[in-house]
Write a new protein. Structure first.
Length: 129
C-alpha cells in the first residue's frame, strides 16, 4: 500500500525501488582442510576410477577389433551341389520338384522379354444396348 498520505503516486514510484535485488547473498564457505589420509583415499578413488575406465575402453576396443577381423578359415569340405549331383540319387518326387522349380524360374515375369499386349482404345465403358 502507498506509504504517502498525499496520494501523489508519481513521487512514490520515483522514491521506491521497482524490483528487489535478484542476487542472493552467499554465505562464506568455510574452507575445510583434508587430512593426509583423506587426501590419499580421495586420490586412490580417482586412480581406481581412471583404471576402470581404461580397462573398460580396452575391453571395448578388443571386442570391436575381434569383430572386424575375418574368421579363420577351417578346412572346408566341398559340399555336393544339388544341381550337379546325378539324378539317379533323386526320387521321382524330387525330380518333379526340380523341374517345377526350373519352370517357375523361367516363368518369372520380370525376366520376360515380351512386350505388353496392345490395348484397344475403341472399347467404351458404357454400352448402348
Amino acid at each position: 500500500m502507498n506509504r504517502r498520505d498525499d496520494g501523489d503516486q508519481s513521487r512514490f514510484a520515483a522514491e521506491e525501488p521497482l524490483f528487489e535485488s535478484t542476487q542472493r547473498v552467499q554465505p562464506d564457505v568455510a574452507t575445510v582442510e583434508l587430512t593426509e589420509t583423506e587426501l590419499a583415499a580421495k586420490k586412490k578413488k580417482k586412480v581406481l576410477g581412471y583404471a576402470g575406465l581404461t580397462f573398460g575402453a580396452a575391453i571395448l576396443l578388443l571386442l570391436v577389433v575381434s569383430s572386424l577381423l575375418p574368421k579363420s578359415a577351417a578346412p572346408a569340405t566341398p559340399d555336393p551341389d544339388p544341381v550337379v549331383s546325378p539324378s539317379l540319387d533323386k526320387t521321382e518326387l524330387q525330380q518333379r520338384i526340380e523341374s517345377i522349380r526350373s519352370d517357375l524360374r523361367q516363368a518369372d515375369p520380370s525376366k520376360q522379354p515380351l512386350l505388353f499386349p496392345p490395348l484397344n482404345y475403341k472399347l467404351g465403358i458404357t454400352t448402348n444396348e
